[in-house]
Design a protein. Structure first.
Length: 165
């Protein structure tokens, strides 16, 4: 005698069929792979943006340093005028002209610096120091603030408002 299960065989209609998912699993993996590719692309974009931004910051800082270094060379070559106007010193017309162009060059240098690194406090402090040293010029009619950026004008106004000139 055979049992009813043996007669039906291993794949009888009464037994539940095994669950085989064909195609569905590969669709899930393909969707996950697509999402992973998007996530990797976004991550790569963010990293590239960060690297470019950091590189620009480094280049801007270097450009500011180079501009100021050139100005320092001129200052060292002209110690009589780099210290500001001295009230007890008799300047000749030629000295006045040289001083005007010296301070104009200095102001243009700081315009470049502020264009490269507008929010670096160390550079702003240095500008304030130089404006204070040369405040007689900046308070005179020789200085035309409208020719310069509002950022530079703000720093000059702040120093002159302190009233130590």
């Amino acid at each position: 005698m055979t049992s009813s299960n043996e007669a039906k065989g291993p794949l009888s209609l009464d037994a539940p069929a095994p669950v085989v998912r064909t195609g569905n699993n590969s669709v899930v993996w393909a969707a996950l792979a697509g999402l992973l590719q998007v996530a990797l692309a976004i991550s790569a974009g963010v990293i590239a943006y960060w690297q470019v931004t950091e590189q620009w910051a480094v280049q801007n800082e270097q450009a500011a340093r180079d501009a100021f270094k050139d100005f320092l060379k001129i200052s060292m070559d002209n110690p009589a005028i780099s210290g500001g106007l001295l009230s007890d010193y008799e300047y000749t017309e030629q000295d006045d002209e040289r001083y005007f162009w010296y301070v104009t060059l200095m102001t243009e240098t700081f315009e470049q610096v502020l264009a490269y690194v507008p929010n670096v406090q160390a550079w702003i402090d240095l500008l304030e120091l130089q404006v204070d040293i040369h405040c007689e010029f900046y308070a005179s009619e020789g200085f035309q603030p409208e020719l310069y950026s509002t950022r530079l004008q703000t720093v000059v106004d702040k120093v002159l408002a302190q009233g130590e000139c």
